[in-house]
Design a protein around this ligand. Structure first.
Ligand code: SF4
Ligand code: SF4
Length: 386
């Protein structure tokens, strides 16, 4: 296995499961299960034993690896130099499990959905543009930007509302952009982190061919997961485009005066950093800049933010496979309690997966009426412009 020669470097000190100041456990799976096997260091030791033939392959072992949400907290907080490879090591272990046919049923189901329908919802490909109905968004044909929605914003009801909000704001501000609609395909970020490298490569190469054929130079991604794939995993395969997350596009438009606000609703807002925008790609400011630019919005931060943010639990494929599972210790429920403790009436998010995870968590925690979830694009939509 790739990285097999560095796995022994973990000596299980356990720093990786904390926040920077060691005030709280921040590996979502360790927090949920309270077993060392579910901590980053525990996984490293299990992996070493598995590769050395000291423990057998088992469904339980696969579940321990597939419950990791690839949030990257361990990468930030591991004490040793090899830390930048921690998530890569866990993904490589999954790759090995895919090759050996050891993946849990929910992972197999997810991958089958992508293979047979092109999306994990198993919805018809031609319905992919339904989210845009009535908005008058043109198909991409050489405009400045391609707006890429992604599977969740295309098919999930909550995600569709976010896609409509993003597209409406971009249109209102006069940006030149188009969409692929029914021709859009999965970006493959979750396929890659679930360890199905061959399928990821096929998706990425098809997308790259399509982008090149259409002359796409700049992409705005609604999902931080797609943003991550386009920005980091497509270039080595020949797919080099300028890639922005939609919050970065809006932040730029505010800065150059193309998006201005005259009024906004009074709201006490706290912001959740999505792992694939924040920790994985270092973008912490753009979403906060947008919120601060809207009159009436008062930003109140949670204790754990930016590199210390707790994942919503939907990363690493878990939005679909839910191997990490529910209950009081589910990351989204822990996080929504943290958000409510700030006294905020709104949790602002910048990812369709986060939105759905937190809305479910609000119901499970009976916090309806205390706090609601809004995507930043939805908050921008509601504000008066000009
Ligand atoms: S901090 Fe690094 S070295 Fe220590 S247990 Fe975690 S992964 Fe291993
Ligand atoms: S990536 Fe996140 S969930 Fe996975 S081991 Fe590291 S801290 Fe835990």
């Amino acid at each position: 296995m790739e990285y097999a020669d560095i796995i022994h470097r973990c000596f299980r000190c356990g720093y990786c499961k904390f926040t920077r100041d060691y005030r709280d456990f921040n590996c979502p799976t360790y927090r949920k299960f309270w077993f060392e096997s579910y901590s980053p260091g525990g996984r490293m030791w299990l992996l070493r034993a598995w590769l050395n033939g000291e423990i057998p392959s088992s469904q339980r072992l696969a579940e321990i690896f597939y419950s990791c949400v690839t949030c990257g907290n361990c990468v930030e907080h591991c004490a040793l130099e090899f830390r930048e490879n921690l998530v890569n090591i866990f993904v490589a272990a999954r790759k090995e499990m895919v090759e050996k046919g050891l993946v849990p049923p929910a992972v197999r189901d997810y991958l089958k959905g992508i293979q047979t329908h092109g999306n994990p919802f198993k919805e018809p490909r031609q319905d992919r543009d339904k989210w845009a109905e009535g908005l008058g968004i043109p198909s991409y044909s050489g405009q400045d930007y391609l707006l890429y929605a992604g599977c969740v914003a295309s098919y999930d009801d909550r995600g569709k509302k976010i896609a409509r909000a993003v597209a409406s704001v971009l249109k209102e501000a006069g940006l030149s952009f188009g969409i692929l609609g029914g021709d859009e395909a999965s970006d493959g970020n979750e396929v890659r982190v679930l360890g199905e490298w061959d399928l990821f490569q096929m998706l990425a190469e098809d997308n790259i061919r399509k982008f090149k054929g259409l002359g796409v130079k700049k992409i705005i991604a609604i999902s931080p997961h797609a943003y991550n794939a386009f920005r980091n995993d497509y270039p080595p395969l020949g797919g080099k485009c300028e890639v922005l997350h939609y919050t970065q596009a809006l932040d730029q438009m505010i800065e150059n005066g193309k998006l201005t606000f005259s009024s906004g609703k009074d709201a006490r807002v706290t912001y959740h950093d999505p792992c694939y925008l924040g920790r994985h790609n270092g973008e912490f400011d753009a979403p906060r800049n947008i919120l601060r630019a809207i009159p009436g919005v008062r930003l109140t931060e949670m204790d754990k933010i930016k590199k210390n943010a707790l994942c919503c639990g939907g990363g690493g494929g878990n939005f679909f496979t839910d191997i990490i599972g529910g209950g009081e210790g589910a990351p989204a429920r822990v996080r929504i309690r943290e958000a409510a403790e700030t006294g905020a009436d709104t949790l602002a998010v910048a990812c369709p997966k986060c939105a759905k995870m937190f809305e479910d968590a609000i119901k499970a925690e009976a916090l309806e009426g205390t706090i609601k979830v809004k995507d930043i694009a939805e908050i921008v939509c509601e504000a008066g412009k000009g």
